[in-house]
Write a protein that binds this ligand. Structure first.
Ligand code: ADP
Length: 399
């Protein structure tokens, strides 16, 4: 079989005469040889069993500067794909051994086969066969008889699609890698900060208490600031871990009474300094199926907020009781409360309500941490108005 290129607009786009194939070359294609296109040399797999169509496709595509391989059956095409992935597949549907869509499905199931565009060559006009092809992962259709210019344009845009998909994938990968590196760095820094603050707190505790009044006040200020920073760093560490797959609440049965006693000791100095009181009621024998460390920090955040945002001399109340099969805990204070339109938003990161809050220690991470903990436990957290004033944070733990 021989191929003769012609340039006659009057002729049908392509035709065969005995063993000879005439291919009409579009003007643009021949004149474009003068510059190197981006898709020049791309590799195209043609899956077609009719030899005259094979020859036509080969001729047009080779002339367009592409490398062409041909398979005549589904089996041959699959064998080819096992060895090498092309940049584009041109696929006939009526193949001798099976429906051509099997090639498409085979390609899409391959690890890197998702990005390779598939152009279906079809005579089938039924919309159902089109939707079946789309479901199998095809990208576009060309109807027979094929027009060289149309084939050329469609090939080119699909190859552009291929390179854009590859670029997008690369960019996405680069962003994910950078993000992972950044997260790791944050975790290291935060972790080190946490250790340093821990030893600072120890040193403050060991400081000689037999010192002038003035020094005691300084010591207390250092201790308060260091405790706040310690808590903030803890929250940051937890939040940075949040996006890591696999972060799970390590559930055990937590006896709430001893846990709250420990919290009372931790918060004691803060609460006393503001002349406040901590009122705790836990239903006798109440147990919680939860991660004890997470719950401890969650309650610390809520109680500390109650003290921080409540007035001097006020009370912070915690009540825990059974609710259905689960447990409900509420923490109420007598502060200014949370405006209606902010009741959801305060659980987002870095939200602080009042400009004056910037004077208080904190970064707007505590409540975001609380919500994360409740999400990890399959529970919920929300805030309501407390009567006669202040806010009441409610936690609901499932059984
Ligand atoms: P932080 O206290 O570190 O700023 P949080 O996430 O715990 O961060 O709280 C976010 C914001 O919500 C606070 O800055 C404050 O404006 C407001 N807020 C939190 N708890 C209370 C509360 N009990 N009463 C009034 N406002 C509160």
């Amino acid at each position: 079989m021989s191929i003769r290129y012609i340039n006659n607009p009057q002729r049908v786009p392509w035709q065969s005469n005995n063993d000879e194939v005439f291919v009409e070359i579009p003007q643009t294609m021949s004149s474009e040889r003068s510059y190197q296109r981006k898709d020049h040399g791309s590799h195209i797999l043609v899956v077609e069993d009719v030899s005259v169509t094979q020859e036509f496709l080969k001729a047009v595509l080779t002339e367009g500067g592409y490398r062409v391989s041909v398979a005549s059956t589904v089996g041959e095409a699959q064998h080819f794909l096992d060895g090498e992935l092309p940049d584009l597949v041109l696929l006939d549907l009526g193949l001798p051994d099976a429906n051509g869509l099997e090639v498409c499905r085979y390609l899409r199931a391959m690890p890197s086969g998702e990005d390779i565009p598939v152009l279906i060559i079809t005579v089938d006009e039924r919309p159902t066969s089109h939707s079946e092809a789309v479901r199998a992962g095809a990208d576009d259709f060309l109807r027979k008889p094929l027009l060289p210019a149309e084939l050329q344009t469609r090939t080119r845009s699909l190859l552009r699609l291929r390179s854009m998909r590859a670029e997008l994938r690369q960019d996405r990968q680069a962003i994910l890698t950078l993000q992972a590196q950044k997260d790791e760095l944050v975790q290291f820094v935060v972790h080190d900060l946490k250790n340093m603050l821990g030893s600072l707190l120890c040193s403050v505790e060991l400081m000689d208490t037999d010192v002038p009044e003035e020094m005691v006040r300084h010591r207390q200020r250092i201790e308060t600031a260091a405790r706040s920073m310690h808590l903030m760093v803890d929250n940051m560490l937890e939040l940075s871990l949040r996006n890591q797959p696999g972060l799970k609440a390590q559930r055990t049965f937590v006896a709430l009474a001893p846990l709250l006693e420990q919290l009372g000791q931790e918060l004691g100095p803060t609460v006393l300094r503001r002349n406040q009181s901590l009122e705790v009621y836990v239903e006798p024998g109440l147990e919680l199926s939860a991660d004890p460390q997470m719950v401890q920090r969650l309650l610390f955040n809520l109680l500390e907020n109650g003290s921080k945002y409540g007035p001097v001399g006020s009370a912070i109340q915690l009540r825990a009781f059974k609710a259905g099969a689960g447990v409900r805990i509420q923490v109420a204070d007598q502060g200014e409360g949370i405006p209606q339109d902010m009741k959801q938003r305060i659980f987002e990161r870095f939200i602080r309500l009042r400009t004056g809050d910037a004077m208080l220690p904190g970064q707007g991470l505590g409540l975001a941490f609380c919500r994360m903990v409740m999400d990890l436990h399959g529970g919920s957290i929300w805030v309501e108005d407390n009567a006669p004033k202040g806010s009441r944070f409610l936690l609901e733990f499932p059984a």
